[in-house]
Ligand binder design. Structure first.
Ligand code: SAH
Length: 272
């Protein structure tokens, strides 16, 4: 046998042996009651493929483009993005682009999620607001960073689907009634409504992310920023390209804006 063929056969034998060992372990753990989730071994095998795709997404799309904050990279590695996309898009979950999530809306490109999160510079325990919950993915990334997250979505069906998903993954805060109105680090509270006016009852925020494109900077959002707080918002008119803008507020309440990169978001809906 040629050495190349022998090597090939060796690799196949090792993979079969590895898979067999894995299946035996799954069986053993299930019998011992250590595996309570109703996951078929095929799905568990998919999980490891998704994990590989996610690792590649972080190194190739995010780190290579200059996102450095270790907490952001860790959160992007942790959140299982494939659980936030419709079944039809599963194979695309870790691709370098936004994906449709229904109602004409999209889950943002992974790099943009990471960049916006890095721009916030929020510290664990900090309180942040997101306008445009969509799939709930960005909110989960913020929660994974140990932030106390508030998120507003104007389309009720999307808000409800996001709440379900966040609940199943352990990111959803208890309802306002149960918790006496409080939220906690690592948890998300979702509200259905127009986020243009922010969430005054729980303001001020260390950071605010708007994940839909606005034609002006919503004044209420600037008011609801803490001194030294940061607002990240795509600015520009509906259809074309917009600019991702960072708005900062200094100790004296002075506002600065800085343009970061061109982006493409769905429009922020707001009745004038
Ligand atoms: N952050 C989301 C992607 C958001 S897409 C994710 O991680 O999946 C933008 C979302 O903003 C859409 O779901 C849209 O319905 C919502 N939106 C648009 N205008 C809004 C408004 N005024 N208030 C709250 N949500 C709004």
């Amino acid at each position: 046998m040629r050495p190349g063929a022998a090597l090939g056969l060796g690799i196949v034998a090792l993979s079969v042996a590895g898979y067999w060992q894995y299946m035996k372990r799954v069986g053993r753990e299930a019998r011992e009651g250590r595996r309570t989730e109703a996951v078929a071994p095929e799905v568990a095998a998919d999980e490891s493929e998704f994990a590989t795709a996610r690792e590649r997404m972080v190194s190739v799309q995010i780190e290579a483009r200059g996102v450095k904050d270790p907490a952001v990279l860790k959160a992007m590695r942790a959140v299982r993005r494939h659980l936030f996309v419709p079944a039809a898009e599963l194979a695309e979950a870790y691709e370098d682009r936004p994906l449709p999530i229904g109602d004409g809306q999209t889950i943002s490109q992974p790099y943009i999620v990471a960049l916006m999160t890095e721009l916030l510079q929020a510290k664990p325990g900090g309180r942040v607001l997101e306008v445009g919950t969509g799939s709930g993915y960005q909110a989960a990334v913020l929660a994974e960073m140990g932030l106390e997250v508030y998120s507003i979505e104007i389309i009720p069906e999307l808000a409800e689907a996001a709440m379900d998903r966040l609940q199943r993954l352990g990111y959803l805060a208890p309802t306002e009634g149960e918790s006496g109105g409080r939220n906690a680090p690592g948890k998300v509270r979702v509200r259905i409504g127009d986020g243009y006016n922010g969430w005054p009852d729980v303001a001020p925020f260390e950071g605010i992310l708007v994940t839909a494109a606005a034609e002006d900077i919503p004044p209420a959002l600037v008011e609801q920023l803490k001194p030294t707080g940061r607002l990240v918002i795509p600015m520009g008119s509906g259809a074309g390209e917009q600019d991702l803008v960072l708005v900062t507020r200094d100790e004296k309440g002075r506002i600065r804006t800085r343009t970061i990169v061109p982006v493409r978001f769905v429009p922020l809906v707001h009745a004038p």
